[in-house]
Ligand binder design. Sequence first.
Ligand code: ADP
Ligand code: MG
Length: 240
Amino acid sequence: MITIKDLHKDFGSNHVLTGIDLTINEGEVVVIIGPSGSGKSTLLRCLNLLEEPTSGSVEFEGQELTSKKTDINQLRQKMGMVFQNFNLFPHKTVLENLTLSPTKVKKEALDVTEKNSRHLLAKVGLADKESAYPNQLSGGQKQRVAIARALAMAPDVMLFDEPTSALDPEMVGEVLQVMKDLAKDGMTMVIVTHEMGFAKEVADRVIFMADGIIQEEGHPNAIFDAPQNPRTQDFLSKVL
Ligand code: ADP
Ligand code: MG
């Protein structure tokens, strides 16, 4: 579904990504771990051109993202993104947060979108919150709305950038549960997280990034129980 080849990203003299090669298959759950500042967010953001790669290629469903022929807005519709800080529209109700993009961007009929959105809200356990405003919700509820909002566009892949890092500890579980359900439904997911227990349980593959490259990747059992790379060993010894 996604093929990344020799991806580089510089911010001025800061060489953040220095040659990333990565393939994400349909239905796969890939978890990216690594120290702060190692370029995990930058990599995710290059996947939907929130950041423009300095060099290298990113193909999504057979289309090169940076090619002039590519309609990036159309491709972006197929990639749902969930951020650490929710980024909900504060002056819109929960239901309106979900219906806005499908009606505006995809020109879906409002009644169709509302029906689908209510179904998604029920799926994330928030059927009773459709008329609430974001500031009336807990952090965990806001993040579940953000996930449902991304799903309302019927994406082919979901990108998560530390979706539970801004949450109080007691709310982390409810968001991870929604993500586990999505994984079970076969959604293709790329997830940056520090939740190692979740990674171990849900990931098909774990990627360890440091110093601008993928240092090690493999099945979670291999990465967590028998890491080969000294950088991975050092990182895991600090976080596990
Ligand atoms: P991570 O998500 O792994 O913590 P980031 O991708 O956020 O790492 O950041 C990697 C490096 O890139 C950091 O040194 C950060 O300061 C730098 N960086 C990220 N985004 C920008 C930006 N928009 N402009 C300049 N530097 C950036
Ligand atoms: Mg980050």
